[in-house]
Design a protein around this ligand. Structure first.
Ligand code: IPM
Ligand code: MG
Length: 356
């Protein structure tokens, strides 16, 4: 029997419930496809602070490195908000991405047929189809650049956006390769009319594009992209962008799909290893109430099967199961509409399992 080692970090807030729901799905996949998943829990974020005093313990990095893939819920919450920057749960998230070298973040956003009504855009816009992939650079840029405070007559603070050619090259390859598997178009989103780093991105991406002449490449300023996403989302296939623009635009894209509770993500590198987490946060206000939507987490597990474990069929199986459950009218509170059947986190997970 095939075996895989999976590191599991529930994290904080709703992370705990939604990861548990997704593990039920993984277990069912194991039975159905005759694969053994050895899961090992690791602490990250607030949970790690409470248990060990630091947000990213060495032990966690070790467990992740010894695994074939990592499942992550979400981190953060008001309990740890007053801690200084370097000790916050979010720091652990950036730290683990960096420690594992996961420079490419894939965030697919598509509107499910059954959820069309949850999309806040006009029917005439949605009907053209929304199916895009944000390829976000994840271990560079302003998130990791030099930052600090300067004390002069007036106190000031700075953060630095900086990229080198190699960082841009490798993420560009990911975007072009992804486009080949999709509709063959890459839009590089930047602010090249103002930022020098953006101008370097354009040069490098243009250069790499020569190896992918079958893929169409276009450039778009980020302010325009934010507008075009709601004006005509169907024009986008792969959106390639830096760390911070990717953070912002993927939230915007998620809202177009109806709920941020639906969007999975994969953080990957050259080899098959990856970390899989929903794009949403820990939603502390609804944590522990069994009302959070586990579908983004469940769909993240599907991405793990596809990208890290070479189990494409099983991934599609999960995606189909999710579609069926939605089609049958089951909804968690965030995507609930009149006439539908409202279910909680656990039940939603069980429903997906029942369709596998
Ligand atoms: C995300 C989140 C994180 C990010 C935060 C929690 C640090 O917003 O994964 O999009 O900005 O990368
Ligand atoms: Mg974000």
């Amino acid at each position: 029997m095939k075996e895989f080692n999976i590191a599991v970090m529930h994290g904080d807030g709703i992370g705990v419930e939604i990861v548990n729901a997704s593990l039920e799905v993984l277990e069912k996949i194991g039975e159905k496809y005759n694969v053994k998943f050895n899961t090992k829990n690791a602490l990250l974020g607030g949970a790690a602070i409470d248990a060990t005093g630091i947000p990213l313990p060495e032990e966690t990095i070790k467990i992740c490195k010894e695994s074939d893939a990592v499942i992550l819920g979400s981190v953060g919450g008001p309990k740890w908000d007053s801690l200084p920057g370097a000790k916050r749960p979010e720091k652990a998230l950036l730290g683990i991405r960096e420690a594992l070298g996961l420079y490419a973040n894939l965030r697919p956003a598509k509107v499910y047929e059954a959820l069309k009504d949850a999309c806040p855009l006009k029917d005439s816009i949605v009907n053209e189809g929304v199916d895009l992939l944000v390829v976000r650079e994840l271990t560079g840029g302003i998130y990791f650049g030099e930052r600090g405070r300067v004390k002069k007559d007036v106190d000031s603070a700075y953060d630095t956006e900086s990229y080198d050619v190699n960082e841009i090259k490798r993420i560009a390859h990911v975007a072009f390769k992804s486009a080949r598997q999709r509709r063959g178009k890459v839009t590089l989103v930047d602010k090249a009319n103002v930022l020098e780093s953006s101008r370097l991105w354009r040069e490098v991406v243009n250069e790499i594009h020569k190896e992918y002449t079958d893929v169409e490449l276009e450039f778009m300023y980020v302010d325009n992209a934010a507008m075009q996403l709601v004006r005509k989302p169907s024009q986008f296939d792969v959106v390639l962008t830096n760390n911070i623009f990717g953070d912002i635009l993927s939230d915007e894209a998620s809202m177009i799909t109806g709920s941020i509770g639906m969007l999975p993500s994969a953080s990957v590198r050259e080899d098959s290893f990856g970390m899989y987490e929903p794009i949403h946060g820990s939603a502390p206000d609804i944590a522990g109430k069994d009302i959070a939507n586990p579908l983004a987490q469940i769909l993240s597990v599907a991405m793990m099967l596809r990208y890290s474990l070479d189990m494409k069929e099983a991934a599609e199986d999960i995606e189909r199961a999710v579609e069926k459950v939605l089609k049958d009218g089951y909804r968690t509170a965030d995507i609930y509409a009149e006439g539908m059947k409202k279910v909680g986190t656990k039940e939603m997970g069980e429903l997906v399992v029942s369709k596998l």
